[in-house]
Design a protein around this ligand. Sequence first.
Ligand code: UDP
Length: 317
Amino acid sequence: MRVLVAGGAGYIGSVVTTALLADGHEVTVLDDLSTGHADAVPDGATLAEVSLHDSAPVLAEVRPEAVLHFAAKSLVGASQQHPEEYWYANVGGSLALLESMRATGCRRIVFSSTAATYGEPETVPIREDAPTRPTNTYGASKLAVDHMLTSYAVAHGFAAVSLRYFNVAGAAYGLGERHATETHLIPLALQVAAGQRESLTIYGQDYPTPDGTCIRDYVHVGDLSDAHLLALPAPDEGEHRIYNLGNGTGFSVQQVVDAVREVTGHPVPVTIGERRAGDPAQLVAASDRIRTDLGWAPKHTDLVGIVRDAWDVQKDR
Ligand code: UDP
């Protein structure tokens, strides 16, 4: 299939681009390189260095049969300080992309949504029919695009899938997380192990969890990538499906630190800090829906293995 990957120079987009090429697809990456890296775009894919807002001529030329849409701003803290940037890039940019698709008759799309659309959960694990009450602008902007896709499916016959990622981690094809501003737990802990940072701050040890630290559902980027390839042909025109993507097992921040110590052999000094605003105690996915509908089954459920894959890429930088 001829596919366009918006945000294909980023962490997850570049892994999925590589998987699409391996599967025989013809891939154009559309990325403004605001946070992505040109050298993450694999050989074999064509890079159009353009923002979502200016995507129309690229789509008119490529005439993709499907779009995978990863391009977004994704820092929760920044989304609270500069909401206008998040509405403009994530919502305005997505609207422009959907209109570019409509203009060329392309109606198939897989969209990177997020667990942040749910906000503070009433029950864990979180199912797709849980209330969506995002607690930050990032989550709200992603939820707005989910709603956009529902209405485009109904009104314009789009065949859409929103994949709601939980905590994506690990590496595949030598591609790992590489952000100018790193806020995620596993890469930060690995930076300590690599000697790039003195210590890690654990944001709160007084949560109602067994060891007092927050619990998250870490899903391997390779498993996430598999889900995209399964989702791509799945919906009929007029249908918008929503699937959670997580392992269904939670690990605490302390367990992640222990795994990083085990993998790296580094003591990884920690200090206990204040809670980070907006952090729910537990976020764990119920992913039964995608397992049942598409036969998705994560292969990397072991936290130490996920951390090891991330370390193998990060230690060489
Ligand atoms: N966390 C932490 N110290 C850090 C970064 C993150 O204790 O330096 C915690 C954070 O409070 C959360 C978990 O690690 O409970 C995962 O955070 P991350 O930012 O990686 O992902 P999020 O769950 O926010 O999407």
